[in-house]
Design a binder for this molecule. Structure first.
Ligand SMILES: C[S@@+](CC[C@H](N)C(=O)[O-])C[C@H]1O[C@@H](n2cnc3c(N)ncnc32)[C@H](O)[C@@H]1O
Length: 327
């Protein structure tokens, strides 16, 4: 990977590899597709990742603003991946993977789509395993690997509930514990709803665009059923995390209604706190995607926000059962 792909170099580390104050990373340079590299030393106490102090500090910003290319070699097969309603940029996934794992680490994505996480693993020399309901999405991921000359990572087909409940044997790619679960589930029933307003005017289509027409697709469930299924799948995935490993989930809010604030990310954090005691919420980052167009929702009558951000929600599996008991 060239320096241009990896991003520009940030300010120098101190000799000891300790982070020194840095200028705000925003706005990002056009070439900063990944964490900026620096020549500093990695602290020998760092067991989490392979980053130097400056690289670590850069990641700590609560906002990650990106404008990844959607064509050419730096788009990592976006020409094929765009057949999916919401593919994630592999460079974005690579940035998260680089912070929460070391080289050679293991990453699980139970809602793999067309492989944003798995491609992020290939870019960072980690071992990924994906699961998705749709064979067609795995086919697209394989086509991207062929086009980009990358070795495909294991990609299992089925309802993540069934796949993750299956008994693992040695040959099973799920057998060894994972360092990170990195996933991007459906955002409630967002895509399976008929399109409205500006989006409908723009696309000329009112029909919904669900990921699949499978009844097991979380994107086709009501809010209550969605949250229950998400808790079940994340609970099964977290059981395959090593103690101290992290779980990262993307979420996007829906527009508020008179009945509910529709802050889906807050509902997810609250549900996990109640139902998944092995996980401790560690905080969030906002991903701001500058390639998203703005639409004049509500104009000129009322305020309706464009959402150009998503939530990157971060949990950690308790390292020690004692720690959980003493909370
Ligand atoms: C938001 S997309 C993930 C996109 C992915 N991050 C990418 O880069 O392509 C959510 C995915 O979850 C899958 N899915 C929905 N319900 C599922 C289930 N019960 N088990 C496994 N996959 C499921 C859908 O087919 C869809 O591809």
């Amino acid at each position: 990977m060239s320096n241009a792909e990896r991003g520009t170099r940030n300010a120098e580390d101190t000799v000891e590899g300790k982070p020194s104050p840095q200028p705000s990373p925003h706005p990002i340079p056009r070439s900063a597709l990944r964490l900026p590299r620096s020549e500093g030393r990695r602290d020998p106490r760092n067991r989490l990742n392979d980053l130097t102090g400056s690289e670590w500090l850069y990641f700590l910003s609560s906002v990650l603003t990106t404008a990844y290319p959607v064509n050419g070699s730096e788009s990592y097969g976006h020409n094929l991946r765009r057949a999916h309603p919401s593919p994630k940029p592999p460079q974005l996934m690579a940035t998260l993977i680089e912070f929460f794992t070391q080289r050679g680490g293991r990453v699980l994505d139970p809602f793999a789509g067309v492989g944003g996480t798995l491609l992020g693993c290939a870019l960072t020399e980690r071992d990924g395993v994906g699961i998705d309901l749709a064979t067609g999405y795995r086919d697209i991921y394989h086509a991207v690997c062929t086009q980009e000359n990358l070795a495909p990572q294991p990609f299992l087909i089925g309802d993540a509930r069934a796949v993750l409940s299956g008994a693992a044997d040695d040959a099973d790619p799920l057998a060894a514990p994972f360092d990170l679960v990195l996933t991007d589930p459906p955002y409630g029933e967002m895509l399976s709803r008929p399109q409205e307003g500006e989006k409908r005017k723009r696309t000329g289509r009112a029909d919904p665009t669900p990921f699949t027409d499978d009844a097991a697709d979380l994107g086709n469930l009501t809010r209550a059923a969605f949250l229950a299924a998400l808790v079940e799948i994340i609970g099964l995935a977290a059981a395959r995390l090593r103690p101290g490993g992290h779980l990262i989930l993307f979420a996007k809010d829906l527009q508020p209604t008179a009945e509910h604030h529709n802050l889906l990310h807050a509902d997810i954090v609250a549900r996990f706190a109640a139902a998944l005691p092995a996980l401790r919420f560690r905080g969030l980052k906002l991903w701001v995607d500058q390639t998203i167009n703005l639409y004049p929702f509500g104009y000129p009558y009322s305020f309706v926000a464009n959402q150009i951000h998503q939530y990157i929600l971060i949990w950690q599996k308790h390292a020690d059962p004692e720690e959980r008991r003493s909370r």
